[in-house]
Design a protein around this ligand. Sequence first.
Ligand SMILES: C[S@@+](CC[C@H](N)C(=O)[O-])C[C@H]1O[C@@H](n2cnc3c(N)ncnc32)[C@H](O)[C@@H]1O
Length: 217
Amino acid sequence: MSAIPSFDHLAAPYRWMEYFTFGPLLMRTRLAFLEELKNSRRTLVLGDGDGRFTRALLSANPALHVDAVDCSPSMLRALASRAAPFSRRLRTHCADLRQWQPEAQGYDLVITHFFLDCLNGDELAALVARILPALAPHARWVVSEFSIPPRPRMLAGLARLLVAALYFAFRILTGLAVRQLPDHSSAFQRAGFTRLGRKNFLAGVLIAELWSAPRLA
Ligand SMILES: C[S@@+](CC[C@H](N)C(=O)[O-])C[C@H]1O[C@@H](n2cnc3c(N)ncnc32)[C@H](O)[C@@H]1O
């Protein structure tokens, strides 16, 4: 297994780096299904980052409890500070998600915003297999990711360049060993998940997807 990446020194500037590169687009992608999540009660946020989405989720849904997992102590501190008004409904776990095993059961929502791209295909399939037994029958899983649109060819080429540049930057900044987007759709489908919806941003270079766990399908 490759060394764990370190996002610690990015926790403070992360929001501004994002804003100067993509403006509000990543946040719009994260929030794409927020309205549909109002009935959720127990949520796992994997690779949470600095907590901007988790704060919005806790604020939008007063009955919801969150277990947030990230390997970066600084990211988790930023999350705890940002979501301080909702601290009674938030637990943080500092762990490597390539090995982490949920202790609790019955999660009805999983969130992975721009995190699955930190895993290779095998690590992603193993993560889905480890999380699946901890899910409630009606559980849903939200994915935000970069994507290479199949058409037109020029857009696909530009998207490939953008993704390669991002992986290069994160390799330098964090030591991330992964070099290409894993095929999360195939991994979810193989595990029995069904895609309920998909929203495109930036002409399909950014995608938000809502998946349902096998027992709901
Ligand atoms: C690209 S950032 C995305 C953060 C956030 N979800 C967002 O939407 O901006 C990836 C996050 O996943 C965390 N991460 C990366 N690899 C990890 C791993 N193997 N285990 C746990 N967390 C990891 C990083 O610390 C970072 O906070």
